[in-house]
Write a protein that binds this ligand. Structure first.
Ligand code: ADP
Ligand code: MG
Length: 296
């Protein structure tokens, strides 16, 4: 590869808001046939908001929100931020949290106002011996709309659901269509539940996805895809934005970090997308192929 044509390619990419850290990434990008996409913040806007609270007697929506928002003050998860923001907008009286614990991939626990709280996915509830049956159909209905329903337990009793919505970016579907037209297989990974993942994948036009993937397992998924392609010389790319995505971005052959994402993601990726759009990935692949054609 002539250094000159690579430099030109890197320059053209920069004009499109695609920052390529190493010239080699352009060469690797021309060999991509599979692209792994994180869901939250990559396909979706990554700005979840609370849409609905469901409370089981004797609890009220207000009680649930007060306790949940107080608890989530201690978490840095985007879902936590959504609940805290909603609590602020409803002017709940925030209380202090004791014994806070984050359970990665599952949720959070802690003590507020002397109540033992659990907030998170179905697995968090069942792992703690709570039966979610009475809320199962409601949770299913919310998840089928692409929302993330989180279950809440108060003092070992199921108390309700707080549901959060994080819509897909307006251009994700079109960008994914372009990637498919370039012959790229697109695979979505998410820690979210299967029904929510399925709804989002469908809205985005993705036919392969893996849900309920634990943060530490994202990189392993990338590695498995690489193993499948090892003999063909084809490469696996990954696009993500979160702290969770950093190991998978580093593992992939070309990592694309969403420019508004976390610093760790940006540092782990070869390419930064300044426009926060998946069109940047399609642009980069097109450009890499054109550049490599000129070299040959
Ligand atoms: P993602 O990055 O896709 O959101 P995570 O692995 O961080 O995936 O989380 C998986 C699931 O665990 C979430 O969908 C949610 O149900 C639950 N969860 C994680 N963090 C929290 C939190 N701070 N509060 C409530 N639920 C949480
Ligand atoms: Mg994300």
């Amino acid at each position: 590869a002539t250094p000159m044509s690579v430099m030109v390619g890197v320059g053209k990419a920069a004009e499109l808001g695609i920052l390529i850290r190493k010239g080699d990434a352009l060469q690797q990008a021309s060999k991509l046939t599979t692209l792994v996409l994180d869901k939250t913040g990559t396909i979706t806007k990554g700005r979840p908001t609370v849409t609905e609270i469901v409370s089981l007697t004797p609890y009220t929506d207000a009680e649930l929100l007060t306790l949940a928002a107080s608890l989530e003050q201690a978490s840095e998860h985007p879902l936590a931020e959504a609940i805290v923001e909603f609590g602020k907008s409803k002017q709940v009286g925030f209380k202090t949290v004791d014994a806070f614990q984050a359970i990665p991939g599952h949720g959070v626990s802690g003590k507020v106002d002397d109540h033992a709280l659990l907030l998170g996915n179905e697995k968090l509830m069942t792992d703690n011996g709570l039966n979610i049956e009475s809320l199962a159909s409601k949770a299913k209905q919310l998840a089928e709309q692409g929302q993330t329903p989180m279950f809440m337990a108060i003092d070992n009793h199921l108390a309700g659901i707080i549901s959060v919505s994080d819509p897909i970016r307006s251009d994700s579907q079109a960008a994914i269509k372009r990637l498919h037209d370039l012959g790229i297989k697109v695979v979505m990974l998410t820690g979210d539940n299967r029904l929510t993942a399925q709804a989002i994948a469908q809205q985005a036009g993705i036919d392969e996805f893996h849900a309920e993937v634990l943060p530490e397992d994202k990189a392993e998924h990338v590695k498995q895809l690489q193993r499948l392609l090892y003999k063909s010389g084809h490469k696996v790319g990954m696009a993500g934005d979160g702290i969770n995505d950093a190991p998978a971005l580093a593992q992939s052959d070309v990592g694309f970090a969403i420019g508004t994402g976390t610093d760790v993601a940006i540092e782990s990726a070869e390419v930064t997308l300044m426009r926060s759009s998946l069109h940047g990935v399609a642009d980069a692949i097109e450009l890499s192929r054109a550049t490599l054609r000129n070299i040959k």
